[in-house]
Design a protein around this ligand. Sequence first.
Ligand code: AMP
Ligand code: TRP
Length: 333
Amino acid sequence: MSKKIFSGVQPTGNLHLGNYLGAIKNFVDLNNDDQNKCIFCVVDLHAITIKQDKHELRNNIRETTATFIASGIDPTKSIIFDQSKVHAHAEGAWFLSCMAPMGWLNRMTQFKEKAGKDKEKASIGLYIYPILMASDILLYDTTHVPVGEDQKQHLELTRDLAQKFNKDFNCEDFLRVPEPLIKKHFSRIMSLKDGKKKMSKSDPSDFSRINLTDTKDEIVNKIKKAKTDSLPIPYEDQKLKDRPEAENLLGIYSSISDQNLDKSLEEFGGKNFSDLKNQLAEVLLSKISPISDEIKKLINDYEYLDKVLADGVNKAEEIAGKKIVEMKKIIGF
Ligand code: AMP
Ligand code: TRP
């Protein structure tokens, strides 16, 4: 079946192995299937829900674009664009905000995590962030949204908002209700320093993550220093319970090698972590270093990257512009 794919990544720097294995690697597979129509968005409006330096933001928009292309997304096949250039996204978010119950937003766990203890000081933008995400998705009649596990709740909200809009304005099927595409396994990559914490761009320790721009030495070093426990690697997955670091390293190894966990357990069961770490570092070097080299090559070619984005904006504008006009008519403008 032909799918309409939409997904977004925030240009907030430090794109890491979690972003790659949880999201970008799937974008590449979807891009490679000629039946699909894919749109990948650099969600810069989402990035400013947290304060950004304007020069860094501009660099990060280019770096995220370069990462998409370096990972294997072909900009002549898929649309790659920056969100702030297509006005319909912010407009659609406003329309959806006006019919979104606060109760639904109050349930969003990511807001609670990001806002921290002092919720009163968090921006309204951070609070309504999932509504902008819904607008992104719904403007393109998206059928499938590839994301990591942490975005599951936002996608449920998107589905609920689409259904509510269609019902409130009596326009059955106008906003297409999208399906999440979340990998069954390894959709949540954890920190290398703490197997109970998500690998994240904002972790103050660079040793908690493998960045997609890390050098070979950095990759090897970070894997060497990754936290483990004192037991040998088990033979069965049930024995990984309460061993989050072991589970994470085996998960990363399985995901990047495209094999299931059982196969990895067969390979490493009874062995020491040093065996797993050596092998993991080797696979990471073979899969991540070429991407990292390509990012470094592309990142200085502003002309090319800006052209990719500008072409993408034109194509996205054409689709989203039409949808927002229809949406306005339905509302009564
Ligand atoms: P963000 O960097 O927050 O814009 O995330 C971009 C994509 O990467 C989203 O689809 C996230 O779900 C995914 N992602 C971010 N961190 C992780 C992680 N630690 N494990 C798996 N997927 C992740
Ligand atoms: N909220 C997503 C994240 O932080 C990024 C995002 C914004 C997104 N708009 C989207 C993902 C639309 C999928 C579809 O990872």
